[in-house]
Design a protein around this ligand. Sequence first.
Ligand SMILES: Cc1cc2nc3c(=O)[nH]c(=O)nc-3n(C[C@H](O)[C@H](O)[C@H](O)COP(=O)(O)O)c2cc1C
Length: 393
Amino acid sequence: MTLTAASESAAKLELPPLKLGPITVDTPVVLAPMAGITNKAFRRLCREYGGGLYVAEMVTSRALVERNRESMRIISHDEDEDVRSVQLYGVDPKTVGAAVRLLVQEDRADHIDLNFGCPVPKVTRRGGGSALPWKTELFTAIIQAATREAAKGNVPLTIKMRKGIDDDHLTFIEAGKIARDAGVAAVALHGRTASQFYSGQADWNAIAELREALPDVPVLGNGDIWSAEDAVRMVKQTGVDGVVVGRGCQGRPWLFGDLQAAFEGTDNRFRPGLKDVADSFYRHAELLVDYFEDEGKALRDIRKHVAWYFKGYSVGGELRAALAQVPTLEVLRELLAELDADAPYPGADAEGPRGRAGSPKRPALPDGWLSSRELNADHKAMIAAAELDVSGG
Ligand SMILES: Cc1cc2nc3c(=O)[nH]c(=O)nc-3n(C[C@H](O)[C@H](O)[C@H](O)COP(=O)(O)O)c2cc1C
């Protein structure tokens, strides 16, 4: 793959390795957990380009404790994944504690993250994800249960959250302090509220504020890093100890190579031609076949990556449409062979925002959720059912 010096003089920055309890992450970069994306296959592709911590897509604590087949697949790691990182979603301290215990006792993870950032209505409607830190006591109980179990195996536990529910109901500073007091190894903040979903711009000032409010624990910044230069800018602007990158690497696993280079202070950047992108796309599909052990399922899954990989490259409408319906590896090979193997990196068109966007809307919350920081009887009953059948962030 083509490696070039960035055309503009790249911002340089050297940041010390990220320490998460006993783990040292040499490049202070985290692949954000993304449901349906950051499985073993995609993590491998990303890891091959650069250093960092590569978090699996979230798994529901309840389903994990019940050893649901799909959950066991989600927490599976490649032999050579040095740091096996798992993200748990949960709303009940006992179940979350049990899920952490399972991971620790059975030596299935080296790092565990808790998801308090999910804005998906199915989740927040039942008080989970980004709705949860509003209920201080429940939030505290979950983190304490999780850190207690994680500490038994010396496994670092981190949390990932949003700023709050909306601008009138911000929770991030308080939640960060609760997590710090419970002994988490780091706190990650996505600089949006739940009501913003993925719209507008991430608020990096809030990330700086959290960094300042928590001088004694690593703080990681998340939101709208589309390039290595953005990552450097975030570190300079906020003082964070590391960056968490989500949508920016969709269809661009080589971004982790750029990030490593930037944090090592070099200008080297991947500028893939169309053939490089096609090769990576095909490899991704192959790895998904291994992961799902089902070619049909893997090929259905790769379809959602088409627009991300080929963003900005000259691929005809008909070919794009065919790729978005590709049924087998064999057909995929035939379709990719139709691409112009000499087409160069297209520049700015291949860069920039990708993936989820959308517009702000009132988050779906349980009735009366915002009227108090404590759970009422109805809420208690509701959260008991909230862990079932959720995915996404
Ligand atoms: C498709 C998709 C799935 C996601 N799934 C999760 C998840 O499982 N757990 C989580 O904490 N966040 C999840 N997120 C949120 C991301 O981790 C990240 O916080 C968010 O995308 C903002 O970062 P970015 O601007 O770098 O994309 C998801 C985001 C997307 C786009």
